[in-house]
Ligand binder design. Sequence first.
Ligand SMILES: O=C(O)CCC(=O)C(=O)O
Length: 343
Amino acid sequence: MMDRAQNSPASATAPADDSDIQALRAYLEANNGIRGLEVLKPGDAHHAVELFRRDGFVVIADVLDSSGVEILAKGCAEVAGEILELDQGRRGNRGSHRYSFGGSSLTRSQLHRPEWQMLLEIPLVTEVVGAIFGSPDFVLRAASGDFCLPGAVEYQPLHSDVRDWADAPTTPFSSFHDPRGQLTIRDLPCPYVCVNFLPQDVTPLNGPTRQIPGTQHSRTRIPTLAEEPEWMRLSTVCPAPAGAIMVRDVRAWHGGTPNVSDAIRSIPNLEFYAPWFREPIVPGITYADYQKLSERAQRMVRDCVADSSETLATGPTLRAPLTCATAGLAVPPCRSASSASGP
Ligand SMILES: O=C(O)CCC(=O)C(=O)O
């Protein structure tokens, strides 16, 4: 487990440990987690792609070494601390005590932070994402992720992070449309991959993401919290060790779960579009920082880089702006891409 001092912003926020929470903790300890979850080793890229295609997600351990884990955990704690300064009531922006790293940033991304830039330079990640898309020509959409605090005791409704096209007042972030009305985004090969990096162990108690296997192509309506069966509530991606990645087809049904531990659980990410798929992308890295990246990383972030004459205003906010400079869009307030079809 990570040193708890690094997760200190949560310490003041945990609600009273009443008997309901104690009962929930005991229940989750005994029942939470996908039975037989395979946690792969880095040499298993081929099998990783097979599991990804079958289940809509896959976990690979040992992708970050201990120093990478430490750097990332510290970066997440720093960013979370800045965000929490703005939200003493812990209302969150992804549900109570839940926050999006991108949705809490003036650039809608954390790509300006060296800890997230570090993630671009991991060859295994590039290899696995390239194998999923069947091409090395994919692009970064954003560097974001989520964190939840102790006190996030409610389940977040199941949702998907991408949707079919909708007009600008509904969302600025959608594109796929079949004018014949025959295909939906769920009928396509995977258009959008999210790679979450684990800067701490993910356990049955600290808010593991729940993933419903094999739902990435499903056209069935996603169940509400009231409709959701218990097996889905317990279908969480844990235990998974610090340093692992969780690679997700963002169409697959997923959602947050209770954090009844005493520390923050963060899942910073990189989000990628297939070579043939685009939605509006917001610049997240200055040209000067872009020039410091490896050639491979530069190729991936080519759609996220600000013009050399532009400066980027960075910093925390509870409501990330919705202007999409690269797409020339100025749109009215609505939900973020990562919540486009979410709760
Ligand atoms: O925190 C998690 O595990 C999932 C969060 C999520 O899916 C979201 O906020 O859209």
